[in-house]
Design a binder for this molecule. Structure first.
Ligand SMILES: [Zn+2]
Length: 631
């Protein structure tokens, strides 16, 4: 599988960004908020520093898609259009493969059969195809989504499958045939449900009969290969567009997905009627953090639905909601407005999930204090689900205003829930002591891999925080300003990171922690750090000046006033380090003089140029002249 480029294989499932010579993304194998999943193109491997999973292209698809070794090879062979050579496998592996593979094979056979029925038989075209055409679908769309039709007469499919050599028992297990050997989907148009990589997991069947006693939709049962809670409809067709646009629309039905696609909105999936599950949210999160949910229906239905969305907040997704006009669903609206018009409508009408919830609930309460109290509890419960503390505190501010209550009330209600949540995660013997202690309930996990500390610069940021608790810059508290500017910077040093975390927690409770808080802190490392730094006030690290050629004439001035500059310097340092890593790698490759590494050398050159652009921008921000780093 030498042709399989690890970044292309992984990139189909994980949103990757450049970091140094490597790529980095959110690990698909464990739950994380900051990326620790590394992909090295040069070495053809991936490695997660969070959960330790690692391997090559083949092991990635095995692990990720729950494929057997052979399935993984076949998958990659298909992706790259190459032949697979046979390898030896154990009997057990063979058996499991054979069983799963035969389920997939039967589903693929069924899909093919249903599609032929739809397009090539008289019954199929006059009933099924004409239905889809009435709904405005083109042949391309029908083919892209593998739509089908199952004949109304009792057992056409089952008999055909048995004649083709498939066992009735397996047809029944897949829910294609019922216990009497009749076709399960008879007389229905069919929507094929694919997994991420395009294998057929099952079907959804819609009746065209007006008889109210017949269920409108029936679906394949759960099987060894089909777990309803783990898949969203349309993900196979949508995943590339979701990554490209860094956003995903979530709708309710099959037809909504399909007609939006046809209207040019391809980044769309459906939860297929069920409440959103954590696994579905995580599946979407592999590709984007931004979800826009489209709702049609009345306010009461929407309110009930909004309650189910806390699960998306909990996973750290940025959730927007669009309420469609009462007479429309996504399908009819995109037909009315066209793709561009639809996007514009969404742009103009999307609302933040928590704001919308607050709005809807408030209008219902009509000033009744008992109802408002219940609303506050409900909203606060949602806010407490958001993992990022800064985002949380912004919501507290905004919703306090909307609800016309004191911010402090919402803060303390939120903290109650957070404390309870943290307590629930502790082992029982630790709960009693945690309840009576002021120490932070959750300790940061120790990482066991090597950091590249940007220690002096990070230390300067900590000093800024300690030094400026009562200071304001342009009307904003200095700590708030520092935290805001630090939001996209990762502090590497574990003790410094803990200190920043403490400031964030304080900030979220509306407190700007004074120096004395840390001088007497229970955490001995934090206490020591505070004491060390405050014993030598206003001393910038020596190599700050050297490193960045900053004309430090008044150090105190720099520390007190130039927060943004200090943080830009930290960012600059991190980027300079990345650039020098890239250049070192480039030199190593050039010295080795191996023509096969030419691609990687070119990549390094490009990357180094890109980093140079960042460096120039940051240098301009900081008024710094960057001298070439000599190693
Ligand atoms: Zn991981």
């Amino acid at each position: 599988m030498d042709a399989a480029r690890i970044d292309e294989v992984v990139g189909d499932f994980v949103r990757l960004k450049k970091r140094g010579v490597n790529l980095i993304g959110l690990c698909p194998f464990h739950d994380e908020k900051t990326p620790s999943f590394n992909v090295s193109v040069a070495r053809g491997i991936y490695k997660c520093f969070g959960c330790g999973k690692g391997g090559n292209s083949v092991s990635f698809v095995m692990e990720h898609e729950h494929f057997t070794y052979r399935e993984a090879l076949v998958y990659l062979a298909n992706k790259y259009n190459i032949e697979v050579e046979e390898t030896e496998r154990t009997d057990e592996e063979l058996q499991e493969e054979t069983r799963k593979e035969s389920l997939y094979i039967i589903n693929a056979f069924a899909q093919q059969f249903f599609q032929e029925q739809l397009l090539q038989t008289e019954e199929g075209t006059s009933i099924g195809l004409s239905y889809f055409e009435e709904r405005g679908l083109t042949r391309d769309t029908i083919d892209k989504f593998k739509l089908g039709y199952c004949p109304a007469e009792g057992e056409v499919f089952t008999q055909t499958a048995i004649q083709a050599g498939y066992k009735l028992e397996l047809l029944q297990q897949l829910g294609l045939s019922n216990q009497y050997g009749k076709d399960f989907f008879r007389g229905r148009v069919l929507f094929t449900i694919h997994n991420v990589s395009g294998k057929v997991l099952g079907f959804g069947g819609r009746t065209l009969s007006a008889d109210k006693k017949i269920p409108k939709y029936v679906n394949s049962p759960e099987t060894e290969i089909y777990f309803k809670s783990k898949i969203v409809y349309g993900i196979h067709q949508a995943r590339k567009a979701i990554v490209q646009q860094d956003s995903c629309f979530l709708v309710e039905g099959y037809m909504d997905v399909i007609s939006l696609h046809q209207g040019g909105i391809e980044n769309v999936v459906a939860s297929s009627g069920t409440a959103l599950t954590q696994e579905q949210v995580r599946l979407i999160k592999r590709y984007t953090q931004h979800v826009v949910i489209l709702y049609d229906g009345d306010a009461a239905g929407v309110k009930a639905a909004l309650r189910g969305l806390d699960i998306a907040l909990e996973e750290g997704l940025n959730v927007k909601v669009v309420l469609l006009p009462a007479e429309d669903d996504p399908d009819t609206l995109v037909q009315k407005l066209g793709g561009e018009g639809f996007r514009k409508y969404v742009e103009e009408n999307r609302k933040d999930l928590i704001h919308l919830k607050t709005d809807l609930f408030l209008s219902e309460a009509k000033g009744d204090p008992v109802k408002i109290a219940a609303i506050i509890k409900d909203i606060v419960a949602s806010i407490a689900k958001i993992p990022d503390s800064i985002t949380r505190s912004l919501y507290v501010k905004q919703t306090a205003k909307m609800l016309e209550v004191e911010e402090q009330l919402l803060i303390s209600e939120t903290n109650k829930i957070l404390r309870k949540g943290a307590m629930d995660k502790l082992p029982p013997q630790d709960k009693a002591s945690a309840e009576t202690s002021d120490t932070p309930v959750i300790q940061r996990e120790q990482n066991n891999f090597t950091f590249h500390f940007d220690e002096p610069q990070e230390r300067d940021i900590i000093r800024l925080l300690l030094d400026n608790s009562a200071y304001e810059v342009e009307g904003e508290n200095a700590i708030a300003r520092i935290l805001r500017n630090l939001s996209d910077v990762e502090i590497d040093h574990p003790v410094y990171a803990r200190m920043v975390e403490a400031y964030k927690t304080g900030f979220e409770q509306g407190i700007f922690l004074p120096q004395s808080h840390f001088m007497h802190h229970d955490d001995i490392e934090l206490r020591q750090l505070a004491i060390d730094l405050l014993q030598t006030p206003y001393e910038l690290s020596d190599n700050w000046g050297k490193m960045h050629d900053v004309p430090i004439t008044d150090k105190q001035f720099l520390v007190r006033k130039d927060i943004v500059k200090s943080i830009s310097l930290l960012k600059l340092k991190k980027i300079l380090r990345m650039k020098s890593d890239v250049e070192a790698r480039m030199k190593e490759l050039q010295d080795a003089n191996d023509p096969s590494t030419l691609d990687e050398i070119i990549m390094c050159i490009k990357e180094s140029m890109q980093l140079q652009q960042f460096i120039q921008k940051l240098s301009a921000d900081t008024g710094t002249i960057v001298l070439p780093v000599i190693r």
